[in-house]
Design a protein around this ligand. Structure first.
Ligand code: FAD
Length: 325
């Protein structure tokens, strides 16, 4: 039987949904899946995480914890995953195409002498091989890559694949000693503005604003609306380059790729580089003063109007609708 190791990332002590999507994608195709997670957050929440990953079909939850692993330490993550992969006789390494995985998996693929398929939107296990579909050229084309042999290293775009119904099973917890030594240690992470909004890459609803928002303080009207519907807040590169939003909020070719059920673009023209990051959203709504703006060609619904008038109205309507139950 084909065996896979899936890297599980945590947020606030919970396994991220995008990690569970990777487990389900493999386990539902008959692959024997184990999960690996790092850090003190994992140890403190191990039963909860074991239940979440087990519910999607993982047999074991390997926990690599040490005081050094409060933050992502690439040296330790690389050495531990590579050593675990080899010792466990796995053929596939998978995880969600997060920033962490984008940094980590290429190095591990080299260590394992494995092929790498990043940011895939579908995978299929075919006997002793695997094929993976991934967007190319800013999403204009899709390529299907076929691994002629294992090992294979694959990352899956968040929010594209689904998770399955919880089987009620819990994964067996196995303590795994971290390997390797740290050459450059992350001691502190600052400036990562904490808020209760969902991660952009995992969010089911996103409201983004572009250059038309004019200044950082005006994001308040977007945030107020987003908070009513539990949405994450994004931005175009023009807004980021003008210092109105941090790069972490940028959606697009050189920002984050998102795939929510609902994407509301406020004052965003719809340049190809922005579309590359959000055009697979299930429902796209555009608010723009220019009826000829290219975003309207991709939008399912559009409002031709000033975002400073339309967004507060939308907030009011959402509040009314939600309070009416
Ligand atoms: C290599 C490369 C990579 C790039 N990567 C990215 C990326 O990752 N993400 C990204 O977003 N861009 C990216 N870009 C930039 C991209 O080409 C566009 O310049 C950018 O997306 C434009 O942002 P915008 O839509 O906010 O601004 P604009 O193109 O200036 O559009 C502003 C829109 O707001 C409308 N508007 C004005 N006032 C109002 C109002 N009051 N209410 C409502 N609407 C209003 C206007 O009609 C216009 O359509 C990249 C470019 C390059 C060359």
């Amino acid at each position: 039987m084909t065996k896979a190791l899936v890297l599980v990332e945590l947020k606030n002590g919970n396994a991220k949904k995008s990690s569970l999507e990777s487990i389900h994608a493999l386990a539902s195709q008959g692959v024997e899946v184990d999960a690996i997670a790092f850090g003190p957050d994992t140890t403190g929440n191990k039963d909860k995480v074991a239940k979440a990953v087990g519910g999607q079909g993982a047999k074991k939850l390997l926990i690599a914890d040490s005081a050094d692993l409060k933050f992502y330490q690439p040296d330790i993550f690389t050495a531990t995953i590579a050593a675990t992969f080899k010792a466990g006789g796995y053929q596939i390494l998978a995880g969600s195409a997060s920033s962490l995985v984008k940094d980590l998996f290429p190095t591990i693929a080299v260590r394992l002498d494995a092929g790498l398929a990043p940011d895939c939107v579908a995978i299929k296990i075919e006997g002793a091989s695997l094929s993976a579909k991934r967007p190319m050229l800013a999403g204009k084309y899709f390529a299907t890559l076929k691994f002629k042999a294992f090992p294979a290293v694959v990352s899956l775009r968040p929010n594209v694949l689904t998770i399955g119904a919880d089987s009620g099973q819990s994964a067996q917890i196995v303590a795994t000693p971290p390997s390797g030594s740290i050459r450059a240690k992350t001691l502190e992470v600052s400036g990562a503005a904490g808020n209760s909004r969902p991660d952009l890459t995992e969010a089911e609803r996103i409201m983004s604003a572009g250059r038309a928002i004019k200044e950082a303080a005006n994001f308040k009207i977007i945030e107020e609306c987003a908070d009513v519907i539990g949405a994450a807040v994004g931005a175009s590169r023009a807004a980021v380059d003008a210092g109105m939003a941090p790069h972490a909020m940028q959606v697009g070719q050189t920002g984050k790729t998102v795939n929510p059920n609902l994407y509301i673009a406020c004052g965003i023209s719809g340049a190809i580089q922005h579309l590359a990051g959000m055009k697979t959203s299930k429902v796209i709504v555009a608010i723009n003063t220019d009826p000829e703006a290219p975003i309207f060609q991709k939008a399912d619904y559009g409002a031709v109007g000033d975002l400073f008038a339309v967004v507060p109205e939308l907030t009011k309507e959402f509040k009314k609708l939600l309070s009416a139950g």
